[in-house]
Write a protein that binds this ligand. Structure first.
Ligand code: PGA
Length: 255
């Protein structure tokens, strides 16, 4: 059984005070007995403030990015050790905004994923095709390339320990209000799991959680989570609205 993982990616939104308020509202509305894992991913500079609110709770803390070097002259970057010190357990790698807006390369993303997972963080590796790639029939090819390059040389031991999560986020569905249909998402998740079985092993592929992301809201969460290969959701816009995010968590509890 793969435990469902519901993550709120707050991106470059919310002030410090708003981050603290949202974290405490989520904390008070999520039952302590929740069987799904709930992960909050604030902006770097608000991680510490959110950590104070959710420490000693079952809520998990994530970062939106990480650098692959341990320390040194890397102006503006943040290391795995710095994140671990604040209580961060999960980190996003290869979010489409990092790929397409910040132009991070496959090689950089691979180094980040290796650095994060080998330092005891759970790496959430995001994959997904653009609208143009989808329309030209290249979605499968693009996703396979992202999996191959991102997971190259990743230790099977750390994967077996649960340190790798995949997030399928079709770029055309992020922030657009256009969600993949549950059937389309399931088909792609099954494709990803089959490729993971080939690239890693069937046993590891069976254990790796694959989240869906892209315009998830409480109204569509349940039908996505009902699919056998959808093991959680990576939520952007709706994670900033407490009623929406808590509704998504409740859908996971019922799934
Ligand atoms: P969205 O973002 O839910 O606002 O579409 C998802 C994401 O980018 O992780």
């Amino acid at each position: 059984m793969r435990t469902k993982l519901i993550a709120g990616n707050w991106k470059m939104n919310l002030s410090k005070a708003e981050s603290v308020t949202l974290a405490s509202e989520v904390l008070h509305k999520v039952p302590k007995s929740a069987k799904a894992q709930v992960l909050l991913i604030p902006a770097f500079i608000h991680i510490d403030a959110v950590a104070q609110v959710i420490s000693k709770s079952q809520l998990l803390l994530g970062a939106q990015d990480v650098y692959f070097e341990k320390s040194g002259a890397f102006t503006g970057e943040v290391s795995t050790e710095m994140l671990l010190e604040l209580g961060v357990s999960h980190v996003l790698v290869g979010h489409s905004e990092r790929r397409h807006v910040i132009h991070e390369t496959d090689a950089v993303l691979n180094r980040k994923l290796i650095a994060a997972t080998s330092e005891k963080l759970v790496g959430i590796y995001c994959v997904g095709e653009t609208l143009q790639e989808r329309n030209s029939g290249k979605a499968a090819e693009v996703i396979l390339h992202q999996l191959k390059t991102g997971l190259a040389n990743l230790s099977h031991d750390v994967i077996a320990m649960g340190h790798l999560v995949i997030a399928y986020e079709p770029v055309w569905a992020i922030g657009t209000g256009q969600t993949a249909t549950p059937d389309h998402a399931q088909e792609t998740h099954a494709f990803i799991r089959a490729r993971l079985a080939e690239l890693l092993s069937p046993e590891l592929a069976d254990r790796i959680r694959i989240q869906y992301g892209g315009s998830v809201k409480k109204a569509n969460a349940a039908e996505l989570l009902a699919k056998p290969d959808i093991d959680g959701l990576l939520v952007g816009g709706a994670s900033l609205i407490v009623d929406e995010f808590v509704g998504i968590i409740q859908a996971a509890e019922k799934s």
